[in-house]
Design a protein around this ligand. Structure first.
Ligand code: SF4
Length: 453
C-alpha cells in the first residue's frame, strides 16, 4: 500500500484546499473569526474520507472539525469581527481574543490547580494525579492533534498560551514519581495526541515505564485512529509503532489504546478498520470513548452503530462522556436527561458485548459522575447519580441523588435532592459551581464577577 503523506490545513491554508468552494459562507466567516479564538486544524484525509460533502454543513464530521459562528455569543462574534476588520486594531484584537479565551473556562475540573502532583516539593506540571491508581502524563512532543475537534477541552494546549497549558519535557520525572508511588498501577499518556510523535519519541517515553514493576496498565489516549489511521498502517514508522506495542505486551503490561471516536463515520473507511485490526493484533486493546455532543452524535442510532461496528472489529466500548464545561460548551451542550435517554436507547439496542460502555459520565472536580437514571422517590423526581471514579475511593459506586432538572447540562447545575444542604462529598454550604459566574448561561457576555478557587 502506498504511504499517503500527511497534509494539514489551518484557518488560512484551507482556502487552498480543493474543498474550499464547498464550504458555506458563514463557516468561511467563522474560519476568520471563531478560529482566532478556538484553534482550527484539519487534514486531507479527514476532508476526503470522513466528511460527506453532500451533507455539509450538517455532516457530523464537518461540524466536528469546522468552526461555526454560533460557537461564540452573537455580541462577542460581532465585536471580534469588527476589531479584526481593521488592522490598526491588532493589539485590541489580541486582548479581546485573550479575554474570550479566558472566559471559556480553559481548565475545567481544577486541572491546573487540584491535580498537579509534586516531587520533593516541586510541582510536576506535565503530570496529573487525580485518582489514586492513575497518573496522566502529557509529553511535550504530543501536544497537538492530526485535526482539532471544535468542542475540544484541551484547546488551550494548542494556542501556545503558557498560562493555559501543561506538558512535560522529560519522562525522567514521570519514572521517578511512579517509582515513589507504588499505589499507581495505570499511566495514561495523553495530549493533544501522543500518536503525533514518531516511533522513536514514543519509545523514549514508553520504554522507561516497562521497568516499573508495579505499573500494570499503560494507556495511550488518541484520536489518530480516526483522524489519521495511517499512523498504524502505512506511515513509514507504522511497523515500528506496532513493534513497540508488542514489546509492551511482551513485558507483561496491558496496553490500552484509548481511541476517541465521535461518530460511526470515523470507522467506515477500510483504512480506519485496518488500523483497529493492526493494533489489536499486537496484543493491545482498543477502547472507544467520546463525549455526546449536539450537532454530531446526539442520536441513539449513531452510538448504536459506533459500538456495534467497534465490537465487530475487536474494540471495546468504554465511555460516553458529557461534554465538559469549557470552550464553546453552549453550542454543543444537551440536557443531562436527553443524554441519558440517548444512552439508554442505544444501550437497549446493542448486544451484551457492547454493554461494556458506561455513561453518560461527567468528569467533575470530585470525580467521574455517572447519570444512572431518573426516578421518583418519596414523591420527588430525582437524578440517580454515582461516582465511577472519585478523589476519595470510598465515594465510588455510592448512589446519590439530585433534584431532577430538565435543563441541567452539567454537574454544577444540579442541587441535592430531598432538601439536603449539600451532596455527601461536599461541605455544607459549599457552592456547587467552580466556574466563573460569567460562564452561566444567562450572563455569558458579562465580565467576570468571581473566580472560584
Ligand atoms: S483529538 Fe482530543 S485533544 Fe485532539 S482536538 Fe480532539 S478532543 Fe482535543
Amino acid at each position: 500500500m502506498n504511504a499517503e503523506k500527511f497534509k494539514a490545513y489551518n484557518a488560512r491554508s484551507i482556502a487552498n484546499s480543493p474543498y474550499w468552494p464547498k464550504i458555506p459562507d458563514d463557516v468561511k466567516d467563522a474560519l476568520g473569526t471563531v478560529s482566532r479564538v478556538l484553534p482550527f486544524r484539519t487534514n486531507e484525509y479527514v476532508l476526503r474520507e470522513l466528511i460527506d460533502w453532500d451533507r455539509v454543513p450538517d455532516d457530523p464530521v464537518f461540524r466536528l472539525t469546522f468552526p461555526h459562528p454560533d460557537m461564540l455569543p452573537p455580541e462577542d462574534h460581532r465585536r471580534l469581527r469588527e476589531l479584526l476588520s481593521d488592522p490598526s486594531n491588532d493589539a485590541a484584537s489580541a486582548n479581546y481574543i485573550d479575554m474570550l479565551r479566558h472566559r471559556m473556562n480553559p481548565h475545567p475540573a481544577g486541572q491546573m490547580t487540584h491535580n498537579v502532583p509534586t516531587l520533593d516539593g516541586r510541582p510536576l506540571p506535565g503530570l496529573q494525579h487525580k485518582y489514586r491508581e492513575t497518573v496522566l502524563f502529557f509529553p511535550a512532543a504530543g501536544q497537538t492533534c492530526h485535526a482539532y475537534c471544535t468542542f475540544c477541552f484541551r484547546w488551550p494546549q494548542f494556542i501556545g498560551a503558557e498560562d493555559m497549558k501543561f506538558n512535560a519535557r522529560e519522562s525522567d520525572e514521570l519514572s521517578l514519581y511512579l517509582t515513589r508511588h507504588p499505589e499507581v498501577t495505570d499511566v495514561l499518556v495523553t495530549g493533544g495526541d501522543p500518536m503525533v510523535m514518531n516511533a522513536d519519541s514514543l519509545t523514549g517515553y514508553i520504554e522507561p515505564l516497562l521497568k516499573i514493576p508495579h505499573l500494570q496498565n499503560i494507556r495511550i489516549g488518541t484520536k489518530s485512529v480516526s483522524y489519521w489511521p495511517q499512523r498504524f498502517v502505512t506511515d513509514k514508522d507504522a511497523d515500528a509503532v506496532m513493534r513497540l506495542f508488542e514489546r509492551v505486551v511482551a513485558h507483561g503490561k496491558n496496553l490500552s489504546i484509548m481511541a476517541h471516536y465521535n461518530h460511526p463515520a470515523e470507522l467506515r473507511p477500510a483504512l480506519a478498520q485496518q488500523a483497529v485490526k493492526r493494533i489489536t493484533s499486537t496484543g493491545a486493546t482498543v477502547r472507544m470513548q467520546s463525549p455526546i455532543v449536539r450537532h454530531i452524535n446526539d442520536s441513539a442510532g449513531s452510538w448504536q452503530e459506533l459500538w456495534t461496528t467497534g465490537v465487530r472489529l475487536g474494540a471495546i466500548p468504554y465511555y460516553m462522556f458529557i461534554e465538559r464545561d469549557t470552550g464553546p460548551q453552549r453550542y454543543f451542550e444537551l440536557p443531562l436527561v436527553e443524554a441519558y435517554e440517548i444512552f439508554k436507547a442505544a444501550y437497549q439496542r446493542v448486544s451484551g458485548l457492547s454493554r461494556t460502555v458506561r455513561g453518560p459520565s461527567m468528569s467533575t472536580l470530585y470525580g467521574k459522575v455517572l447519570v444512572d437514571g431518573v426516578a421518583t422517590i418519596a414523591n420527588e423526581k430525582v437524578f440517580v447519580l454515582q461516582f465511577l471514579q472519585a478523589r476519595d475511593s470510598d465515594w465510588v459506586r455510592k448512589p446519590f441523588f439530585a433534584k431532577f432538572d430538565p435543563e441541567a447540562v452539567w454537574f454544577d447545575d444540579l442541587q441535592p435532592a430531598f432538601g439536603a444542604p449539600a451532596f455527601f462529598f461536599q461541605h455544607k454550604g459549599e457552592p456547587a459551581s467552580r466556574k466563573p459566574i460569567y460562564l452561566h448561561r444567562e450572563s455569558q457576555s458579562e465580565q467576570p464577577l468571581t473566580l472560584a478557587s
